[in-house]
Design a protein around this ligand. Structure first.
Ligand SMILES: C[S@@+](CC[C@H](N)C(=O)[O-])C[C@H]1O[C@@H](n2cnc3c(N)ncnc32)[C@H](O)[C@@H]1O
Length: 217
């Protein structure tokens, strides 16, 4: 769901920086094949945050074909990215795209259910990017808190769930449970001890600090 005036959207589209040719080709191919990837406004914001916070270690939940993974890799000067993907075909394609990357960032793709992979992972990560199944944001978040570095941030994409979370939205029966899960996740993320803010970028972007008690020493 787009939430920005068309004029603003058109202006923002002129402000995005350049990506490498290979990343542009990957974005074009993903869009042509209707493969979900991050919105460009979200992309620009994430790049800015990575630079502003001096992020070095990123955990991504929901690799897709690794477009966002490679955006992160091109933005980090050095560091590591761990990315989790459960769809085997997507993971294979992501693996090929990651193999073609030749920069200095270490990228590890872990195929399989993220909720399981998260139990075995070791942190700390400066940034955790949640972009997986909408029913599981709360579980991803809770598992992510354990892995977050002090001062780290969790960013969750698509929290408007294409407008389904808003009062009065018509939600198909098959999306009702996941919609309620997203609404509940948002409520909890916005309450103490969490500190969160919702930005109307893309399909809604939630920035969260986990709260003092939960951060790993
Ligand atoms: C929106 S796409 C990710 C797009 C990617 N971050 C990008 O911007 O290029 C969401 C991906 O999350 C994966 N996914 C959903 N639920 C998952 C789960 N529980 N564990 C691992 N991957 C999951 C889906 O298979 C899908 O490929």
């Amino acid at each position: 769901m787009k939430v920005i005036y068309p004029q603003v959207q058109a202006f923002l589209a002129t402000t995005h920086g350049e990506n490498s040719e290979s990343l542009e080709a990957l974005r074009k191919k993903a869009l042509e094949n209707h493969v979900p990837i991050i919105d460009r406004d979200v992309e620009s914001f994430l790049k800015f945050m990575i630079r502003a916070k001096g992020v070095r270690e990123i955990l991504e939940i929901g690799t897709g074909v690794a477009y966002s993974t490679l955006v992160f890799a091109e933005t980090l000067e050095k560091g590591r990215i761990v990315t989790l993907e459960r769809n085997s075909l997507r993971a294979e394609e992501a693996g090929r795209n990651i193999e073609a990357y030749q920069g200095p960032v270490a990228i590890t793709l872990i195929p399989g259910e993220a909720l399981e992979s998260l139990q075995t992972l070791e942190g700390p990560f400066d940034l955790i990017f949640i972009d997986g199944g909408k029913s599981h944001y709360r579980a991803f978040f809770e598992a992510g808190v354990r892995l977050l570095a002090p001062g780290g941030m969790i960013i969750s994409d698509n929290v408007f769930y294409q407008g389904r979370i808003f009062p009065g939205a018509t939600v198909a029966r098959r999306n009702r449970t996941s919609t309620r899960a997203m609404q509940q996740f948002l409520l909890e993320a916005l309450e103490p001890p969490r500190h969160s803010v919702v930005l109307p970028l893309g399909d809604g972007l939630l920035l969260s600090l986990p709260g003092e008690k939960e951060v790993c020493p």
